[in-house]
Design a protein around this ligand. Structure first.
Ligand SMILES: [Mg+2]
Length: 141
């Protein structure tokens, strides 16, 4: 993967319920909004079956203005069983999640896009920082 076209965000264990300091989570989202503003997607149980509850899930966790901006700018995905149903597998994507099922891993592998999955560890206080550094390496020019 040489570039990033789309970014998919899980919420629990990634943007909330994580030991990463809140300011690091905010910095990660700020960077994404500033650099991939039209290419951000929810990939979370809070946004399923075409119904988007992601902003409500983050309300109170992150600054209100940021949640308002995310509400307008982050696109919903429609998936039922596997999160991979919501991913554009033909794109160069990054999927930030703390969990991936074996069945989802098989779909990514079969499409040669397993490197799009970025494992977030909610117990690692440096996690949001590491995710930001990962994204920054694609924007060095
Ligand atoms: Mg999760």
């Amino acid at each position: 993967m040489q570039k990033v076209d789309k970014i998919y965000f899980d919420i629990d264990g990634v943007l909330r319920g994580t030991m990463s300091p809140k300011e690091d989570v905010v910095a990660l989202l700020r960077y994404c909004l500033d650099n991939y503003g039209d290419s951000l997607y929810w990939l979370t149980t809070h946004c399923k079956h075409g119904i988007n509850h992601a902003p409500e899930a983050l309300r109170g966790e992150l600054p209100d203005e940021l949640v308002d901006e995310l509400k307008v700018r982050v696109h919903p995905t429609d998936w039922e069983n596997l999160k991979t149903e919501g991913i554009d597998l033909d794109s160069d994507f990054v999927w930030f999640d703390d969990t991936m099922f074996e069945s989802e891993k098989q779909v990514l592998s079969a499409n040669y896009v397993l490197d799009g999955f970025f494992q977030m560890n909610p117990r690692d206080p440096e996690m949001a920082k590491k995710a930001l550094l990962f994204l920054k390496q694609f924007n060095q020019d």
